[in-house]
Design a protein around this ligand. Sequence first.
Ligand code: NDP
Length: 392
Amino acid sequence: MSDNSNRPGSTRRDALKLGAGAAAALASARAVAQEAQGQPLLGDPALPEPSGQRTRWAIVGLGTFAVGQVMPGFGPARKSRMTAFVSGNAEKARKLGARYGVDRFYGYDNYDSIADDDAIDCVYIVLPVGLHAEYTIRALEAGKHVLCEKPMASTSAECEAMIAAAKANDRRLGVAYRVHFEPNNVHVRDRIAAGDIGAMRFVSGDHGFNANPDWPPHKWRLEKALGGGGSMYDIGIYGLNTSLMMLDGDRPVSVTATYSTPEGDPRFTEVEGGIDYRIRMASGFNVAGSSSYCWSPYLSRQRYFGSEGSIEMNPATTYYDNRIRFEKAGDAPREYVAGNAIDQFAAQLDGFSQAARTGEAHRTPGEMGLRDIRLIEAMYRSADAGGAVVEL
Ligand code: NDP
């Protein structure tokens, strides 16, 4: 048997010199060579798992995000694969099944029979928000682990019921806060934690777009029963959750908020068109944020101000293109990209697959989703009372 250990790409140092893409290709080539020589491959963490050993996922709701981002995200995943689709549109499901090699199909009427399907380990809920709680709880009761899209549900009471169902059925429950797996945001989190901008003094996050009431995926977002809430539920939650991700160990203690819905705008009879908020943190600084369904162009911006430097991300939470601007007193500002944003989708899937199979904690558990919905409910209470301080 030949020894590959002195060949290029066979050491970690070589891998770093080559870059991740080339190193992965070399690792795969090495794997094929080893397999041909009869050496065991399993247990090598550098390799994607064989298809038959991956965690198996059902996707529930085959809409814009599921088709555009979630399904392609399985391509580079290393521990996860799709085995089933749940949809109200059987023809669409079968067409997508043909594209992705998925051959198990369910509708919403026979959804509970996934309980008898041993080829499903995890369920990914990609439905409108008003349906998250019901379909999550039904999947948990069917014995499946559930990753649920953001925001977790319409109310904190629903979030609590989802967490209780996960506990009662001994299943993992995660909220799909993909930013926790996005390499640029992870990098910024680590720099802040390492003290690179000194002590945190102020954080702000601004997120918005212009809602089109004639486009079906925006139409349900403007209806309270399906959207749960308004701009803060759908887009503002990225800023809220990302800001708190950067402040691990700190805790919100009070919140004030004011609506910024344009007067007389016919889109906003059921949910808010915009909201500005300010959260007081236990360590004595503020997290400010704004969200809107009335901004153009789309905005996704995060800013972190410290005692010795600042970081701005603009865009901050997009699918493909997040950028970092780092500034420190006395140094020239530096703009850079720390990783490929697209990696976030596969990383999130594999992270949840790992939690599901080992029972270890997922990075973005149901409790995090509940925390955020409670905060947004407190914002609404404050805004309803004209900007009153709401203690948390
Ligand atoms: P879409 O409207 O495009 O898709 C929702 C899908 O849900 C529909 O295509 C349909 O799929 C199914 N559905 C079942 N019942 C209904 C109903 N009563 N009304 C409408 N759709 C229904 O929405 P999105 O894909 O934009 O959003 C889906 C979820 O993903 C939401 O929770 C949203 O917050 C989240 N999201 C997350 C993003 C992220 O970056 N993490 C980005 C965008 C969205 P079918 O025809 O197969 O039954």
